[in-house]
Design a binder for this molecule. Structure first.
Ligand code: SF4
Length: 319
């Protein structure tokens, strides 16, 4: 059986112990595609404060003004960060016997703030002895030399990753989902981060509006060629109160089927160079905000069983 290079295996080999990612959702971060800087409303599939009264529309603008640790709002962010790290670390130690941790700035756009603010948050996350590094989820239009050079400095002693949403290489598709940047912007950002020696993870979505399998696989091939070190594959699913939900209800958008998703995924994995590790092979949501496709509400283990069955048929080990 051919072995699959997963991110977990990569981390274990490098750090010689079990390393887990601690996902963070720090309030105050938002996205230039939501607050009107690039566009309003965000990506059509994104549930954000355009729709949710629970998220403050002004929180980001307040946050952007934070320049020092003496600011009470940043103090609050640091407390949230600490609470989330301590709680998740405890659970991961108990349930998965994890020994080391990589802190993942996951929600919204985690480089969209003044560098001094980012430094305060990133350095707090790195202050724990068993945290070996960071993974920072962001948009390709939200990085600059100052941020990249700072991350390069950190990477001299820590494991530093940037995660960019590629989604698709087709600009027509990116326009349809109101992505707010084109494919060239992502390509340049990936190549720039790689040229500076940073690790890059790319996110791809299968099942985007009007895309066929050939297009999805072409996006995967290009992402591999651009030099990413790791990849996350996601199906596009529709949650309530999003622009995509309107398109789904009007019949304009048809979600990808489970069979087509898995078939595309296996083909994308077969095209992938071995050195690129896999971080994610599916995504879903297990609450009543999911509108479609309903298979995205299946438990993760059940989806993995379907995927592994097809991988095994193609001569691959299970993930
Ligand atoms: S870039 Fe991310 S956070 Fe911003 S609108 Fe799109 S999905 Fe939402």
């Amino acid at each position: 059986m051919k072995k699959i290079n997963t991110y977990g295996k990569y981390l274990k080999k490098k750090f010689k112990t079990k390393v887990s990612k601690i996902p963070l959702g720090i309030s105050g971060f938002t996205c230039p595609n939501i607050d009107g800087t690039v566009a309003k409303g965000g990506c059509t599939f994104c549930l954000n404060d355009s729709f949710s009264p629970n998220l403050s529309k002004n929180s980001h603008k307040i946050f952007l003004n934070l320049q020092s640790k003496s600011n009470p709002i940043l103090e609050q962010q640091l407390i949230e960060l600490e609470n989330q790290i301590l709680q998740t670390r405890e659970n991961m130690r108990d349930n998965w016997q994890s020994k080391k941790f990589l802190v993942y700035f996951q929600s919204f756009t985690n480089t969209y703030a003044p560098v001094e603010t980012l430094k305060a948050l990133y350095e707090k996350a790195l202050s724990y002895d068993d945290v070996i590094g960071l993974s920072i989820g962001t948009r390709s239009d939200c990085v600059n030399d100052e941020i990249l050079d700072y991350l390069v400095e950190l990477s001299k002693t820590k494991e530093i990753w940037i995660e960019y949403g590629i989604q698709s290489i087709y600009d027509d598709t990116l326009k349809k989902i109101n992505r707010g940047h084109d494919s060239l912007n992502v390509e340049k950002a990936i190549k720039e981060a790689k040229a500076k020696g940073l690790f890059v993870c790319g996110h791809l979505i299968f099942g985007l509006p009007d895309e066929n399998q050939e297009m999805m696989l072409e996006s995967a091939k290009k992402a591999y060629e651009w030099g990413i070190d790791s990849i996350k594959y996601h199906p596009l699913y529709v949650v309530k109160n999003t622009l995509l939900a309107n398109d789904y209800k009007s019949g304009e958008f048809m979600p990808i089927t489970k069979e087509d998703y898995i078939d595309t995924l296996i083909k994308a994995i077969k095209l992938k160079p071995d050195n690129i590790s896999i971080q994610r092979v599916t995504a879903g949501i297990d609450d009543d905000t999911l509108l479609a496709p309903l298979w995205c509400g299946l438990p993760k283990n059940e989806m993995l069983r379907y995927i592994n069955k097809e991988l095994n048929k193609e001569g691959f080990d299970s993930i």
